[in-house]
Unconditional design. Sequence first.
Length: 86
Amino acid sequence: MSYRERDVIRLLVQDLTSKEISERLNISSHTVDTHRRNILKKLNISSTRELVGMLKINKNLILSNLLKLSIVSNEVIQDIYTVIFI
């Protein structure tokens, strides 16, 4: 996961819109949406709402479930850990 995708996740958890995120990161809202789609694809999640809900509800559950998924690489798991806990 790229540093920019991590930035987008951090701002999504704050319930910011693509436009608000784009303004904070000085990128276009289209680029934010592209990052959002890439994040969902990498995590095999169907919606941003699902991602944000999961992050807010139970951080430990997310990590343990990711460890069980063979389709998610250790690098992605580490990236998510960094986003959640740092």
